[in-house]
Design a protein around this ligand. Structure first.
Ligand code: PHE
Length: 341
């Protein structure tokens, strides 16, 4: 048996043939296995004599199979190496085109880095917001026209559910943060916001960055200093002429829009000095009602907040004339105005 088995193994021309031999000898119904099985019917003396011999036979056949297997595998590899040649002179296949960071993302990262240096951390909230967080908690009276001035997208209410809106500003994240975090608070909130509006400078979805600071003894001077420092860092100018023009927001009192002086040089706009004012953000001291709605005692803590459209900031800083291509996902536009990551 051993001689036959070893011959068959040596003769196996490929891995399949070898496996057939292995099954015929060592498989459950194989010849060698059969011999091993016969041990059970022998007397103890016979078993003592034949056991080790049969075991050794089994091992030799097994080793022969393994050795032949290694041989055949090496042969197969050799064959593959000879037949599959690589032409190193071929030009490479065109790879994927590198993308670019969208200007809005780039600008958000710049803004976050500047405020990060002032101790702000990033917070986020949902795009689909409820009426309470978007309006009521922010001191918009029920049925007040201010709710309409936002051109709100109202969502169809689910049965038994509170009415939902697409958030019209990032300010509801002020509320969400104050509800779950004790002051002192310094957060920066990037996010998409939605208003029913569409022209060269308004898109129905756009991006805001909101800031909120709640600390004991905060006053208007902190607000002004913080925002002027931000504008200087963002537009990379040593000084800016800025003015805080009284305004109205339900959730801040007093409220102010911040204007900066600018100069138009042909197509480009330089921020900092010049003969015209441009509005760049809304701000104010957090209204005591808002603090109270969020469980913060206005006699103990004060704070300021601001919000700005970062699509417009990107337009200004990088000289993009039209807001609409921002959201048309044209890769050529992104490569032109975008930033290599
Ligand atoms: N939420 C306001 C807006 O969208 C901006 C703002 C934020 C104003 C924070 C004051 C304080 O117009």
């Amino acid at each position: 048996i051993e001689k036959e088995a070893l011959e068959a193994i040596a003769a196996a021309a490929d891995l399949d043939a070898l496996d057939a031999v292995r099954v015929a000898e060592l498989g459950k119904k194989g010849r060698v296995s059969g011999l091993m099985g016969s041990l059970g019917k022998m007397s103890p003396e016979e078993r003592k004599e034949n056991g080790p011999k049969l075991n050794a036979l089994k091992n030799r056949v097994n080793d022969a199979v393994t050795a032949r297997k290694t041989e055949l595998e090496a042969e197969a590899l050799e064959k593959q190496l000879v037949t599959e040649t690589l032409d190193l002179t071929l030009p490479p296949a065109p790879g994927p085109k590198a993308g670019a960071l969208h200007p809005v993302m780039q600008v958000f990262e710049e803004v976050a880095a500047i405020f990060g240096d002032m101790g702000f951390t990033v917070a986020e909230g949902p795009d689909v917001e409820d009426d309470w967080h978007n309006f009521t908690a922010l001191n918009f009276p029920e049925g007040h026209p201010a709710r309409e001035t936002h051109d709100t997208f109202f969502m169809k209410a689910q049965e038994g559910d509170t009415p939902k809106v697409l958030r019209t500003h990032t300010s509801p994240v002020q509320v969400r943060t104050m509800m779950k975090q004790k002051p002192p608070i310094r957060i920066l909130v990037p996010g998409r916001v939605y208003r029913n509006d569409w022209d060269a400078t308004h898109t129905p979805m756009f991006h805001q960055v909101e800031g909120l600071v709640i600390e004991k003894g905060t006053h208007m001077g902190h607000l002004k200093g913080c925002l002027i420092d931000f504008v200087r860092a963002f537009f990379e100018v040593d000084s800016v002429e800025a003015r805080f023009r009284p305004h109205f927001f339900p959730f801040t009192e007093p409220s102010a829009e911040m204007d900066v002086k600018y100069t138009r040089k042909g197509e480009t706009i330089e921020i900092g000095a010049g003969d015209s004012w441009m509005e760049i953000l809304g701000s104010g001291m957090v209204h005591p009602n808002v603090l109270r709605n969020c469980g913060i005692d206005p006699d103990e803590y004060q704070g300021f907040a601001f919000g700005m459209g970062i699509d417009r900031l990107a337009m200004l800083k990088y000289g993009m004339p039209d807001l609409r291509p921002y959201f048309e996902a044209d890769p050529q536009w992104t490569r032109h105005y975008g930033f290599a990551p």
